[in-house]
Design a protein around this ligand. Structure first.
Ligand code: SF4
Length: 78
């Protein structure tokens, strides 16, 4: 599972970061961004670790604008 935040759709409500602050953070522009590690820094969609997937799915469901996009076809091995 990989996700990205659509900056055009995010309104900076903070719900995603409140639900899963290990994965999402609010940046200096007041919008959500994914906490990027070295492994993911050049990727458009970012891998979600197995242990965070339930929280990230909750954050996706809670986003009022549907700004968090999911690529379910991917897993941590590709
Ligand atoms: S829940 Fe959605 S709108 Fe709110 S900060 Fe996160 S991505 Fe942006």
């Amino acid at each position: 599972m990989k996700v990205k935040v659509n900056k055009e759709a995010c309104i900076g409500c903070g719900a995603c970061a409140a639900i899963c602050d290990e994965f999402f953070e609010i940046n200096d522009d007041g919008l959500s961004q994914i906490k990027i590690d070295e492994e993911n820094k050049d990727l458009d969609f970012v891998f979600v670790k197995e242990e965070l997937q339930d929280e990230v799915r909750d954050a996706i469901d809670s986003c009022p604008t549907g700004a968090i996009e999911v690529n379910e076809d991917s897993n941590a091995n590709n």
